[in-house]
Design a protein around this ligand. Structure first.
Ligand code: PRP
Ligand code: URA
Length: 210
């Protein structure tokens, strides 16, 4: 497997993804689980954040101690469903900036269409984490990362909860320089480009639409 692809094997992540998949999991619980999974995955994905020693004073003495350094992290959800993962990352890095990329999949061609893009300033100097629960054909993720690179973004990680092999390959082929974190690698896509077994439409389940 590509060295930049990381499939999570933590039992807590796997357990929570199984509950997420169930048709009986309602909107409230679904949102909470997406938030928790994003946080657990973020803990893993952000293990290479830069730190620098700064002087701090404890009740006992003064010492050099590591703290996050450099420009603040940028979290970029792909709308809509990616919004559900933002809180989990912000609970780890509350100072992060948040950008947004609005894409929807055409129901017939399954190709993504952009309707919104706003990124934090100096995006070229930031670590960027693009989040979207679902990596299906990979079209949305590839387009989102194209947009970010066109605007100067360089240090990019992509985080999804469930990936299809087709989407994972398409994203890794299009953007071999980025790190891809997925919670679970599923079997395949169906004729409507939905992930099997998947969890259905992530946006609808997070926002209670349809
Ligand atoms: C879903 C999902 C991804 C995309 C994945 O969004 O959240 O963005 O599909 O599919 P792909 O890998 O084949 O591009 P959708 O287009 O349904 O929009 P929504 O989040 O607004 O519901
Ligand atoms: N988007 C979703 O929300 N679910 C899928 O299975 C595929 C794309």
């Amino acid at each position: 497997m590509n060295q930049n692809i990381f499939v999570m094997d933590h039992p807590l992540i796997q357990h929570k993804i199984s509950i997420l998949r169930k048709t009986t999991t309602g909107t409230n619980e679904f949102r909470k689980l997406v938030d928790e999974i994003a946080m657990l995955m973020g803990y893993e994905a952000l293990r290479d954040l830069q730190v620098e020693n700064v002087e701090i004073t404890t009740p006992i003495e003064t010492c050099q101690s590591p703290m996050l350094s450099g420009k603040k992290l940028a979290v970029v959800p792909i709308l809509r469903a990616g919004l559900g993962m933002v809180g989990g990352i912000l609970s780890l890095v509350p100072s992060a900036k948040v950008g947004h990329i609005g894409l929807y999949r055409d129901e017939v061609t399954h190709e993504p269409h952009e309707y919104y893009c706003k990124l934090p300033e100096s995006i070229d100097e930031r670590e960027i984490v693009v989040v979207d629960p679902m990596l299906a054909t990979g079209g949305s993720a590839v387009s989102a990362i194209d947009f970010i690179k066109q605007r100067g973004g360089k240090n990019i990680k992509f985080m999804c909860i469930i990936a299809a092999p087709e989407g994972l390959k398409r994203l890794a082929d299009a953007h071999p320089d980025i790190q891809i974190y997925c919670g679970h690698l599923d079997r395949c896509l169906n004729e409507n480009a939905y992930i099997c077994p998947g969890l259905g439409d992530a946006g609808d389940r997070i926002f209670g639409t349809k």
